[in-house]
Design a protein around this ligand. Sequence first.
Ligand SMILES: [Zn+2]
Length: 96
Amino acid sequence: MQLFPCPFCGDRDEREFHFAGEAGKVRPDTAGSEAEVSAKDWSEYLYTQRNDHGHVREIWMHLPCQEVFLLERHSVTMAVIGATSFRDVGTKEASA
Ligand SMILES: [Zn+2]
């Protein structure tokens, strides 16, 4: 069993969390009436994962409290580097 840090609840059993995707993916632009996204672009956005070895940034949800946060970990050693609530990420990006 591994402990993941929920920014709201603290360290909890990994089985309480749901993986929600890799961080930093850019959603295809669908704005405007002229925007058309190809099936290939949608497929890559929805299903293609980078699967990097080393330091990765992922989006996770703690199911009991519904907190969605950014988890940084090492994908080979499974060491958790840190967790940041998206509320805090928005604050940091707004002030940068
Ligand atoms: Zn929580």
